[in-house]
Write a protein that binds this ligand. Structure first.
Ligand code: ATP
Ligand code: HMH
Length: 524
């Protein structure tokens, strides 16, 4: 067996967002071989828990023995146990390991589901604490940490760390302190050693999503899987597991499963662009036009040209003259009106409610929030916004996607608008990382296109387009795939030309007034 075996002992979730099924996905995605024993059968989904029933002690023990009698176990993750009986059953079973070969154990002391429903009998607290003493590491959220330490729930990460230190020493166990419930941004987590020192701290952007069902289950089983590979590397297991988790949370909206607090996208990094694994295998080695990774690769040259444009470089460093930026923004304000119509057409043509909602939201956001960014900059500098002519490039680009939309060619339309997300997010994120500073003259532009919410929308747009490419590939509709691919690449070229136009030889620039202490003073 080349895969380390990771055992999850947990309750179930029929919708696979949390619990045992989610643990198995996590373990598998991270390269382990997942085995499992069910402690409780839970009827739950993204909206909550309706009921659950504990598996009786004998059956739980028999499941555990079935695993141990058949294979070496490299790590154990323990999730929902529910009752004192289940806890004591698992406790006795663990004590049967030869102490020198007991695998690393990660306990996620599940008490309440993400939905707020209780999954734990409070009378079992002492038994749980005794079990935790056998573990390598325990991963309570702030409310579980409060219960375990008999203190009020922490309001700040510093308070949570204090409680974590207390618990680590009391139970002689490593403690992962999680900041998910604190609402702070960035979200902080840390791992504390049993001797009470902080080994590692992590800080991640809080993903603006309500789809966080099962994050605790995923983090603990990811740590167990990392430990199965490297039993001595607890600090690294924690930071690597946490980094993996971030990606799955960032992709949760693209997965868009269920009606409530949807699950994170456990398999995001193996299901390239939401193309399912079997489909990916089927497509592997075929025409690069059949995956978005192939499209992105094909646009490499154009994207490199964008990066080298004088306009883009000066926008990044902040040395771009106001008049050039003003010209670009004027054209972009006109562009946004047409782009919004294209997204509204996509909403009109969308085959599913999810896609319709996504494009409609985009049509609204670009006309209201994004256009506001343009208007405020231009108006405060006395530059005309509406009474101007679209440039030849603005006209050609907008005609490109509107033609597809008006001909009701949905797949081509969404392929043509994808670079408006993807190229902007790529450029915005990079420029912001390299050049962001408080006195940057174009900081609002950098902030808008590097915003995590824009990244989330970009991921959703990519997932939707990828889904349609995949469907076309499954149908063998090569013609449609080729038209989508061409539409995408043409838009990448239009993006380049659009950025470049403020430096065209024959451009007529608007005159810009300079803002002084909030007042506008003409400088021309
Ligand atoms: N919106 C978010 N963005 C980024 N990370 C998050 C977000 N919400 C939670 N996390 C991370 O998810 C992990 C679990 O955190 P949390 O404190 O929510 O645990 P939990 O309550 O056990 O999870 P669950 O929601 O599964 O019950 C932590 O690593 C935390 O930093
Ligand atoms: C079975 C199970 N374990 C853990 C959680 C925590 O999210 C859940 N909802 N369900």
């Amino acid at each position: 067996m080349t895969f380390p075996v990771v055992l999850t002992i947990a309750g179930t979730d029929p919708t696979s967002g949390a619990g045992l099924q989610a643990d198995c996905k996590t373990i598998t995605t991270l390269g382990g071989y997942a085995v499992s024993a069910i402690t409780a059968v839970v009827a739950q989904n993204t909206q909550g828990v309706s009921t659950f029933e504990q598996v009786d002690a004998q059956l739980l023990c028999a499941q555990l023995d079935s695993v141990r009698n058949d294979t070496h176990i490299n790590a154990i993750k323990i999730g929902m146990l529910g009752s004192t009986t289940a806890i004591e059953t698992v406790h006795s079973w663990i004590e049967e390991f030869d102490p020198s070969c007991q695998p690393p154990i990660v306990i996620d002391p599940v008490m309440v589901a993400t939905s707020g429903d209780s999954l734990f009998d409070p009378r079992a607290l002492d038994a749980l604490k005794n079990l935790i003493k056998l573990a390598t590491v325990v991963t309570p959220n702030t409310s579980e940490l409060a219960t375990l330490t008999a203190q009020p729930e922490a309001n700040t990460f510093a308070e949570a760390i204090e409680q974590g230190l207390h618990l680590a020493k009391e139970l002689d166990v490593h403690v992962v302190v999680k900041g998910g419930h604190l609402g702070e941004n960035p979200v902080q987590d840390a791992i504390i050693s049993s001797s009470g020192t902080i080994i590692e701290r992590t800080s991640h952007t809080r993903v603006p999503t309500h789809r966080t069902h099962g994050t605790g289950c995923a983090l603990s089983s990811a740590i167990a899987t990392k430990l199965a590979f490297q039993p001595a590397g607890l600090g690294a297991a924690f930071t690597e597991a946490r980094a993996w988790l971030q990606h799955t949370i960032a992709q949760a909206d693209a997965l868009a499963f269920g009606k409530g607090n949807g699950p994170i996208h456990h398999t995001a990094h193996i299901t390239d662009e939401a193309v399912t694994a079997p489909a990916r295998i089927l497509l592997a080695g075929r025409d690069p036009r059949q995956t978005l990774a192939g499209w992105w690769e094909a646009s490499t040259r154009v994207r490199a040209q964008i990066d080298e444009l004088r306009f883009v470089m000066e926008l990044g460093t902040g040395t771009l003259p106001d008049e050039r930026f003003a010209y670009y923004l004027q054209q972009d304000a006109l562009y946004l009106r047409e782009y919004s119509k294209a997204l509204a057409l996509a909403a009109d043509l969308a085959p599913t409610l999810t896609e319709q909602r996504f494009w409609m939201q985009g049509a609204h956001t670009c006309l209201i929030a994004e256009r506001q960014l343009h208007d405020s900059w231009l108006v405060s500098r006395g530059v005309e916004v509406e009474d101007i002519e679209p440039s030849a490039i603005t006209r050609a680009y907008t005609r490109h996607f509107l033609n597809a939309g008006r001909a009701r060619r949905y797949e081509e339309l969404i392929a043509a608008v994808l670079p408006c997300y993807w190229v902007y997010q790529d450029v915005g994120d990079r420029l912001n990382r390299e050049h962001n500073r408080v006195d940057h003259p174009y900081r609002n532009w950098l902030a808008a296109y590097s915003d995590p919410r824009f990244e989330t929308s970009t991921l959703s747009a990519r997932a939707i387009v990828a889904h349609h490419v995949e469907r076309a590939a499954m149908r063998g509709d090569e013609g449609l795939i080729a038209r989508m691919y061409d539409a995408f690449l043409a838009s990448c070229e239009y993006e380049r030309d659009f950025f470049d136009q403020a430096y065209a030889a024959d451009v007529v620039l608007p005159s810009v007034s300079r803002e002084v202490d909030g007042l506008v003073a003409a400088n021309a």
